[in-house]
Design a protein around this ligand. Structure first.
Ligand code: ZN
Length: 188
């Protein structure tokens, strides 16, 4: 059963290639020539929030970075390399930081169980909680508090993107990129 699911992917891919070619003969030839996306998407790794699909964009239109709870950690070489490349080489016009309600990362950060190697990562969200603890503690309903934390986390990660040297230099030079914070609700 697990191997059937795995093999199905290749069958899906063949069908996808066929259907793309059917509608547009030169699709893959164009795609292979390069990319010039206008958007950098920094989102959660959650399987229910696929970047291109929720934005209604085709391959080649969105540069994507995803990790647990859409964190822009200041010491993360990965996310900062992505931002650097997107801003200075691809010259994207917009950077969107995308969180989602029902985020397991946010929930785990608040519950603070020992999650081994993930503790350091979740500390980033715990810091967001600490920064806004008065606001968050005033919310009695637990679900509403989680929802607020997801929003505050997006806000904090946007600030971190804005504080990045390459983003500031590019903005002074060409008035772009603009940084946006989004929160998706999986229920609707
Ligand atoms: Zn998530």
């Amino acid at each position: 059963m697990p191997m059937e699911k795995y093999r199905q992917i290749f069958e899906n891919n063949r069908k996808w290639v066929e259907s793309k070619r059917e509608h547009d003969e030169g699709y893959f030839e164009r795609l292979s020539r390069g990319q010039s996306p206008s958007f950098l998407y920094i989102g959660c790794a959650d399987s229910r929030v696929p970047a291109n699909e929720i934005m209604g964009h085709e391959p080649g239109e969105v540069f994507v970075h995803r990790n647990i709870a859409n964190v822009v950690c200041n010491t993360d070489l990965n996310v900062h390399s992505v931002i650097e490349y997107a801003v200075n080489h691809l010259e994207v016009d917009h950077i969107v930081v995308v969180g989602h309600h029902g985020c397991g990362g946010g929930r785990a950060a608040v519950k603070s169980p020992d999650l081994g190697i993930m503790n350091g990562w979740l500390r980033e969200i715990r810091d967001v909680y600490r920064l806004h603890k008065e606001d968050l503690r005033s919310i009695e309903d637990e679900e509403a508090r989680y929802r607020r934390l997801v929003e505050l986390n997006v806000q904090e990660q946007c600030i971190r993107v804005i504080k990045t040297a390459s983003v500031q230099k590019a903005y002074l030079k060409r008035g772009l990129p603009k940084v946006h914070g989004w929160v998706f609700d999986l229920a609707d």
